[in-house]
Design a binder for this molecule. Structure first.
Ligand code: C2E
Ligand code: CA
Ligand code: CA
Length: 761
């Protein structure tokens, strides 16, 4: 036994195991042959205990134990010595008296009792690894339940029959046995809850199960027919030291296990356990009549255990429902966060797609795709906070426009959509949105222009196709001009695609010199002399021929290409103006007017570009007129500062398409304008004296006069219009009747002829 290669604790396991085998062999021999004193059976237990103590000692020496573990194993070892001594004394008594059931000497009982107490103490002090107060409370309750369950069983099957036995046990024997039962009940209920830590879990369980052995001994010994004392001493008891040796071995090889979940089924086992005596009561009631007192106790214990289990169930039910409510709330919170835009609180793209897919799985869906036209410039000029506030205000607009007819969502930066519940309501929602955006919104009172596209798809259609249609309609809306919505019609996706294509081609056009500038005369209405020109860009497309700016400027604005395009027009215009200045002197053409888009105004280099263009061609600043379309973002502080500075250097500013915007009057008060250009829509019809046109033309003229501004009437297409405008007080006009857009050279020819005519006159 115990070869040199075997780690020491195995040696003790082997020895104590051999003792058990020896006990079995001896008992078999004794029962068959009847030879030998029965007292031999008493010697195995003290021998085993000595082995167990040695196993513990050796393990404690060779393993570096944590303090908690050291304390536990130390106390157990300490328990082994009085136990060994007590059982040794009992063996001596057995040899001396040689009856099968020696009266337990009081000293022996005291020693055994002391050993059991020490073992109890050891087990009691192992921490169970419970953290929260609620956990501790619940576990206390569980252990109480389990303990009472154990006590009931041990009492009923162990102690009670022992007390009733025809050959009653001696007082000290009963006392030590009861103590062992206490240990068994306490240890079993305790070790079930040790979830981990420095004391090896399995090792503690092995120690706990020694309590079961004690219980088995009692049950065994109490069966009179069995004459169980001898086999209990020879076979059962030596198992206890074996278990201890195994536990020592186990702790020796322990790697410090991860904490695991504590026991949950013990209370239920306890209920089952208290049921066992009750079942017996049902099966053989006669036996119970004899032990009326005990019956009451068992029933009372069963009632208490059942009651405690009920309380425990209620407590964990309450705890569970609290946890559940908490979990539900946090799930709802997470779900909300995952499906909503944090800034505006609108549904996000994810939720939008979910709802859209749902609708398409049913009867079909209608989508209004929405884009804020100049959100980027607001963000650039007023800052991100103002941008955020505008988005929040706009989200509110979307909510009220949707009403109960749809769900608004924010898909990306300035891209929104409304999922409309019934197709028939699509137009209403779009109209409400259009109405709602005619007034300035948000703390900065900004006027937002939105382009929106409406599309409907039947159930079963693909979401991507529906979104593409709505997108295409939105593009068309954007192209048709500000504050507009368009219902999808087949073929629109091509135009949207062409639009994107156009953006790509434009880049090439810019690099390849396909852009050129034409000039439309600004003419005095009385003598029809040219006093200036408006510069208009043209795109000579190699395949499509000349493309009008109305077609490609929106694409250029969206792609940002308008900035280099505008720069090109500005420089080209200044170059041409310088040529005219050199040729005709300062009095012939007093103004050249390129158009400037909003996006250009927001470009940080714009002011420098203008100054450079003027300086490079040595142009006086007052020759240059910048044509701007009225818009809310002209009031952005940054743009306003740039324009004021340019105005300060002498550059003049014209408000283009005047009268079509919503904020004309208030804009005139703050904006450093020099010229207003009456929009062509008011010139059209003026010769027929249509009330709308004439009234506006007259009002604009008076308004401009009140602010000391010059006026130019646009889109003059016939003589009657020219005369009517002259009579209304307009002095300058522009239009096909007065001069179509033409090349710079053509303008040169006209001006030269004009001068020649003047010289002749
Ligand atoms: P706009 O500034 O209002 O320019 C006047 C437009 O009216 C020009 O169209 C011009 O050709 C057209 N027009 C002139 N007289 C008449 C007339 O008697 N009847 C009618 N029906 N139309 C007339 P165009 O050149 O196609 O330009 C369209 C718009 O494109 C311009 O409107 C302007 O907003 C923009 N644009 C043109 N060139 C540039 C540019 O270089 N930069 C920027 N940012 N925008 C430009
Ligand atoms: Ca213009
Ligand atoms: Ca115009």
């Amino acid at each position: 036994m115990g070869g040199s290669g075997t780690p020491p604790p195995w040696r003790y396991v082997t020895v104590s195991g051999l003792l058990v085998v020896l006990g079995v062999l001896w008992y078999a021999w004794w029962i068959v042959t009847g030879i030998g004193p029965a007292a031999v059976g008493y010697t195995l237990m003290p021998a085993g205990l000595v082995t167990a103590a040695a196993a513990l000692r050796s393990m404690r020496r060779s393993v570096g134990l944590a303090p908690v573990a050291e304390r536990f194993w130390g106390w157990l070892e300490a328990a082994c010595y009085p136990l060994a001594a007590g059982y040794a004394l009992l063996a001596v008594a057995a040899f001396r008296e040689s009856p099968q059931l020696p009266a337990m000497p009081p000293v022996s009982a005291v020693l055994v009792g002391g050993g059991v107490l020490a073992a109890m103490w050891a087990v009691a002090r192992v921490p169970v690894g419970v953290n929260s107060r609620a956990d501790r409370g619940r576990q206390g309750l569980d252990r109480l339940i389990a303990f009472l369950g154990c006590v009931t069983v041990l009492w009923h099957f162990g102690i009670a029959p022992m007390l009733d036995a025809p050959q009653p046990w001696s007082g000290p024997a009963v006392a030590t046995l009861m103590l062992s039962f206490g240990f068994a009940a306490g240890a079993i209920t305790k070790v079930s809850y040790i979830t981990g830590g420095p004391v090896d879990r399995a090792a503690v369980r092995l120690i706990g199960s020694t309590g079961l052995v004690a219980a088995a001994v009692a049950v065994f010994a109490a069966v009179p027919a069995f004459d169980g004392v001898i086999p209990a001493q020879a076979i059962c008891l030596p198992v206890m030291p074996l278990l201890v040796a195994l536990a020592a071995r186990r702790q020796h090889g322990s790697a410090g296990a991860r904490p695991r979940r504590g026991n949950v089924w013990l209370p239920y086992l306890a209920v089952l356990a208290v049921d066992l005596p009750l079942i017996e009561l049902v099966v053989s009631p006669v036996a119970w009549d004899l032990r009326e007192g005990e019956t009451r106790l068992v029933v009372a214990l069963a009632v208490v255990v059942t009651g405690l289990v009920t309380v425990r169930q209620y407590l964990s039910f309450r705890e569970n429902s609290l946890l559940l409510a908490e979990k539900r709330a946090s799930e709802a919170r997470l779900r909300h966060e995952a499906t909503h835009d944090p800034l505006t609180g609108l549904a996000n793209r994810v939720l939008f797609r979910e709802l859209l897919d749902e609708a398409l799985a049913g009867p079909g869906a209608t989508v209004l795709m929405i884009d804020m036209d100049d959100f980027k410039s607001v963000n650039d000029s007023l800052g991100h906070d103002a941008g955020d506030q505008l988005l929040i205000a706009f989200a509110e607009v979307l909510r009220s426009a949707s009403g109960t007819d749809g769900t608004p969502a924010r898909l990306a930066g300035d891209e929104f959509a409304i999922l409309i519940d019934r197709p028939a309501r699509g137009g209403d929602v779009a109209e409400r949105l259009k109405q709602a955006t005619t007034v300035p919104i948000g703390p900065h009172r900004l006027l937002v222009h939105v382009s929106a596209g409406l599309a409907t798809a039947p159930g079963g259609a693909a979401a991507t196709l529906l979104l593409r249609d709505a997108d295409a309609a939105m593009y068309v809306a954007k192209q048709r001009g500000k504050a507009n919505w368009v219902r999808y019609e087949s073929g629109m996706e091509q135009s949207a695609q062409a639009h994107v294509q156009l953006g790509g081609d434009l880049r090439e056009a810019l690099a390849g010199g396909q852009l050129r500038v034409v000039y439309q005369p600004v003419v005095r209405l009385d003598d029809r002399r040219i006093v200036g020109v408006e510069a208009l860009v043209r795109w000579e497309h190699p395949v499509q021929g000349t493309i009008s700016p109305a077609e490609f400027i929106p694409a250029a604005e969206q792609t940002g290409l308008i900035v280099p395009v505008g720069r090109f027009v500005l420089r080209e215009t200044c170059r041409q103006a310088a040529a005219w200045l050199a040729e005709f002197g300062p009095d012939a053409l007093t103004r050249v007017a390129p158009n400037v888009s909003l996006r250009q105004l927001h470009d940080p280099d714009f002011e420098a570009d203008v100054r450079a263009a003027l300086e490079d061609h040595a142009l006086p600043a007052d020759l240059l007129v910048l044509e701007l379309t009225e818009s809310a973002s002209l009031r952005s502080p940054r743009v306003s500062r740039v324009l004021h500075r340019l105005h300060g250097t002498g550059v003049r500013l014209a408000l283009d398409d005047f009268g079509t915007g919503e904020s004309s009057l208030s804009l005139l008060r703050t904006f450093p304008a020099d010229i207003v250009k009456l929009d062509e829509s008011f010139v059209d019809g003026i010769e027929r004296d249509e009330p709308g046109s004439t009234a506006v033309a007259r009002a604009v003229f008076q308004l401009a006069g009140a602010f000391g501004l010059e006026t130019i009437a646009e889109g003059v297409e016939n003589e009657e219009q020219a005369e009517r405008l002259l009579r209304l007080g307009y002095t300058l006009g522009q239009g096909h009747h007065l001069g179509r857009p033409m090349t710079g050279d053509e303008i040169t020819t006209i001006v030269a002829a004009q001068r020649a005519g003047a010289a002749a006159a």
